[in-house]
Ligand binder design. Structure first.
Ligand SMILES: Nc1ncnc2c1ncn2[C@@H]1O[C@H](COP(=O)(O)OP(=O)(O)O)[C@@H](O)[C@H]1O
Ligand SMILES: [Mg+2]
Length: 261
């Protein structure tokens, strides 16, 4: 059984009196422990799909099954329980966190809200999470605005894994990072996937990064699926017009991420 199965998903927006389908009849599935990349030009619907899957917005049509449940029908405590299993990391963790909050506070929230650890256990769990994402434990007392962008993205990942998710949606999560930091964060994601069998919906416009970390790829063009398949096969030999254009525009595909593959 798939971990996540999205069927015939459509989401429309009103733009200047006109209705535009940002996502049109999109279907895909993700297996446990798998990385599915979502790629496509800017405006092709990647973030809209991310928000739909996370139920931050509702679709106009379609179905989302997560861990065998009709995800769009869940409400109340059942929805909260499943939300814990479906986490997210976005491009800019500064926008996701209160910049004046301490690292400890940011990591304490999910443990407390989802009832994962008691008040006395939580400092220990926070230290464990910091270790797991390769950060020193004494970072806990620092404020979010005081730490580096790479450290902040590690905190975002620590927060995401705090609730033991089966799926993490990553929307351009490494796009704002320097190349060397990006490589380290991708290594961390691969390591967590190996150890905890987490699946990723990995959204990126960077085909080099996708080629290095994703098992399969879905290529979007104006809200529709243009092409999908094995990530390396599609990137090495795209069949769709948009796939060919994206590959032609990608710099040095084979060397972008050699240390994370
Ligand atoms: N809240 C919104 N209101 C109106 N149009 C939107 C909204 N969000 C996204 N869109 C439109 O939907 C399309 C897909 O956007 P998005 O999902 O952000 O694409 P991507 O993440 O691939 O760049 C774009 O044309 C965008 O302008
Ligand atoms: Mg986007």
């Amino acid at each position: 059984m798939s971990l996540l199965a999205v069927s015939n998903l459509t989401r429309r927006y009103n733009r200047g009196g006109e209705t535009v389908a940002a996502v049109h009849d999109v279907s895909f599935a993700i297996d446990p422990g798998e990385t599915l990349a979502l790629a496509g030009p800017s405006g092709s619907g990647k973030s809209t799909i991310a928000r739909l899957v996370l139920r931050l917005i509702e679709p106009d049509a379609g179905r989302i099954e997560f861990e065998g449940n009709d995800f769009l029908a869940l409400a109340g405590s059942a929805l909260r329980a499943h939300r814990a299993r479906l986490q997210m990391v976005f491009q800019d963790p500064l926008a996701a966190f209160n910049p004046r909050a301490t690292v400890a506070r940011v990591l304490d929230d999910p443990l407390r809200i989802h009832g994962i650890a008691s008040r006395t256990e939580r400092p220990h769990r926070i230290a464990e999470l910091l270790e797991r994402v390769g950060l020193p434990v004494d970072l806990a007392s620092r404020a979010i605005h005081e730490i580096s962008g790479g450290q902040r993205q590690r905190i975002a990942i620590a927060r995401a894994i705090a609730t033991k998710p089966s799926l993490i949606v990553l929307d351009e999560a490494v796009s704002a990072l320097d190349v060397s930091v990006r490589g380290q964060i991708l290594e961390l994601l691969l390591d967590l996937q190996r150890k905890q069998r987490i699946a990723y919906l990995f959204i990126s416009h960077d085909l080099g990064v996708i080629r290095a970390v994703a098992h399969r790829i879905v290529l979007l063009d104006a809200g529709r699926i243009a092409e999908s398949g094995n990530a390396r096969a599609v990137i090495d030999s795209p069949q769709s017009a948009i796939g060919k254009a994206l590959v032609a525009a990608a710099p040095r595909l084979d060397r972008t991420m050699q240390d994370a593959s």
